[in-house]
Design a protein around this ligand. Structure first.
Ligand SMILES: Cc1cc2nc3c(=O)[nH]c(=O)nc-3n(C[C@H](O)[C@H](O)[C@H](O)COP(=O)(O)OP(=O)(O)OC[C@H]3O[C@@H](n4cnc5c(N)ncnc54)[C@H](O)[C@@H]3O)c2cc1C
Length: 393
C-alpha cells in the first residue's frame, strides 16, 4: 500500500507540529508521524511542567551555531510576538518569570493541546507509534516505509529533534537522514547540562547539596549572571547550564561566588575597622554559612582577621571572586536540555529551511546546528524554523 501526501513531517515535537500547522493552512495534504505513543513529551516536561515557550528578548545573539547569521531570517519571519499572539488566541494565561522568559500560568499541557487543535483545524493527519524503517528519494519524490506500508510526498520535513533525554524518545534519526543524503553534520554534544568534577570538588558539592547562590560563571569571554546550584553530582543551576554550551573539555571555568562585591576590599576594610573579628563570621556576611565555612576550611584560615596574613586573605578573596575549576565532563544526554551541533546550516537555505542539494527535503528545530541559550529560546527556534518550512514545503 502507498499513501500519497504533499508533505510528510517526521517528528511531532514543537518544530514538527508548527511545520504541519503552517503547511496544512496552505491547503497542503500533510502527514505528521512520530514513533512515540504520546505526542509532545518534551513540551510536557519543559520549564518544570510550565513550558518556557518563548523569550521577549529573542535575538540572534542568544543562539549558538557555526554560522550565526543563519538564524536571522527564521527569527524575523516568525517572531516571539507571533507565538505570543497564538498563545493569547487560545486563552492560555502566562507570565514573565524573569529575564523575559514566558511561562504558562497553569501547565505545559495547554501548549500541546493548542498545537494539536491547530493541527486538527489545518487538516493535518497525525500518526503516532510509527516505526520508520526506511527513507528514500525517487524521481524527486520522498518515500518513508513503516512496516510494509509506504508513504510518498513531494516534501519531507525532518523534525526529529536532538539527542537529549533518550528515555522520552530522542533518536539519531535526523542525523542519519542527513548522512544518507550526503549532508554534513556538525559534531553533536550535550548542552544546557550540569557539569561534573573530580573527587575533591565533588566532595564540596556533596556537602553543599541543595544550596543555590547568585553567581557570575564565565568561560573565556562568555559569562552568565544567574543562579548556581550545588548537587550531589556536581554543579547545576542556570549559570552552569548556560556556560556548559560554551565550555570545552580540558579547560577551566571561573565562578564569582560574590559577584556584587570586591571581596578583597571588603576583607581589608573589615581588618581595619574590626581586627578582632573572626574570619568565618566575616565571610558568612557574604555567603551562606555552610559555604563560608567550607571556603575558610579549604583555605586553612580561622581565628581573628588581624592574625591572618594579607597574602592568605588575598588567596581567600580570590577563591570567592574568581574560583577557577576544571570540570571533568557533564551529565550527558541523560539530563541535557539540548544538543549542540546538528545538520550543518551551510547545507540548508536560511530563508526556507530546505536542503540546497535536495529540493523538497527540509530540516527544522533542534536537529539543525542552532542551539539557544536557556530561557525559552530553543522553543522559539522550533516555532520559527517550523513556521518557515511550513511556508515552503
Ligand atoms: C527537560 C527539558 C526541559 C526543557 N525546557 C525548555 C523550556 O522551558 N524552554 C525552551 O525553549 N526549551 C526547553 N527545552 C528544549 C526544547 O524542549 C527543545 O529544544 C525543543 O523541544 C526542540 O523541538 P524539536 O521539535 O526540534 O524536537 P523535539 O521536541 O525533541 O521533538 C522531536 C520529535 O521527534 C520524534 N522522533 C525522534 N526520533 C524519531 C524517529 N526515529 N521516528 C519518528 N519520530 C521520531 C520524537 O518522539 C519527538 O516527538 C527543554 C528540554 C528538556 C529536555
Amino acid at each position: 500500500m502507498t499513501e500519497k501526501y504533499d508533505v510528510i513531517i517526521v517528528g511531532a515535537g514543537a518544530a514538527g507540529m508548527m511545520s504541519a500547522i503552517e503547511a496544512g493552512k496552505r491547503g497542503r495534504k500533510v502527514l505528521l508521524v512520530d514513533h512515540a505513543k504520546k505526542i509532545g513529551e518534551k513540551i510536557r516536561i519543559s520549564g518544570g511542567g510550565r513550558c518556557n515557550f518563548t523569550n521577549i528578548h529573542t535575538h540572534p545573539d542568544k543562539f549558538i551555531s557555526k554560522n550565526p547569521n543563519f538564524i536571522i531570517s527564521a527569527l524575523k519571519q516568525y517572531t516571539q510576538n507571533d507565538f505570543i499572539r497564538l498563545i493569547k488566541k487560545h486563552n492560555i494565561k502566562f507570565h514573565e518569570k524573569k529575564l523575559g522568559q514566558l511561562f504558562c500560568d497553569e501547565s505545559a499541557q495547554q501548549v500541546i493541546e493548542m498545537l494539536l487543535l491547530e493541527c486538527k483545524e489545518a487538516n493535518v493527519i497525525l500518526k503516532k507509534d510509527m516505526k520508520i524503517k526506511d527513507i528514500d528519494k525517487k524521481d524527486d519524490k520522498y518515500f518513508i516505509t513503516v512496516d510494509s506500508d509506504k508513504y510518498l510526498s513531494e516534501s519531507l520535513i525532518i523534525a526529529t529533534g536532538g539527542l537529549s533525554i533518550p528515555k522520552i524518545g530522542a533518536t539519531q534519526f535526523g542525523y542519519d537522514v542527513a548522512k544518507k543524503f550526503n549532508l554534513k553534520v556538525v559534531e553533536t554534544l550535550p548542552a544546557l547540562v550540569p557539569l561534573t568534577f573530580n573527587e575533591k570538588i565533588l566532595s564540596i558539592c556533596k556537602k553543599l547539596t541543595g544550596l543555590s547562590i547568585e553567581t557570575v560563571v564565565s568561560f573565556k569571554k562568555v559569562f552568565f549572571e544567574e543562579g548556581m546550584l550545588f548537587t550531589h553530582r556536581g554543579l547545576s543551576g542556570p549559570s552552569i547550564l548556560q556556560i556548559s554550551s560554551y565550555w570545552k573539555l580540558g579547560e577551566n571555568i571561573r565562578i564569582n561566588l560574590s559577584p556584587k562585591l570586591d571581596v578583597a576590599k571588603f576583607i581589608n576594610d573589615k581588618k581595619n575597622i574590626n581586627p578582632k573579628q573572626d574570619i568565618n563570621i566575616i565571610i558568612s556576611e557574604l555567603l551562606p554559612k555552610r559555604l563560608a565555612h567550607i571556603i575558610c576550611n579549604e583555605n586553612n584560615v580561622s581565628g581573628n582577621i588581624c592574625e591572618i596574613s594579607n597574602k592568605i586573605l588575598d588567596r581567600l578573596s580570590d577563591s570567592i571572586n574568581t574560583w577557577e575549576i576544571k570540570p571533568t565532563g557533564s551529565e550527558g544526554y541523560r539530563t541535557a536540555e539540548v544538543t549542540l551541533g546538528g545538520i550543518d546550516t551551510n547545507e540548508i537555505s536560511s530563508k526556507t529551511m530546505m536542503s540546497k542539494k535536495h529540493p523538497g527535503l527540509f530540516f527544522v528545530g533542534e536537529v539543525v546546528d542552532v542551539t539557544g541559550h536557556l530561557g525559552g529560546y530553543n522553543f522559539q527556534w522550533a516555532w520559527s524554523s517550523g513556521y518557515v518550512a511550513g511556508q515552503h514545503a
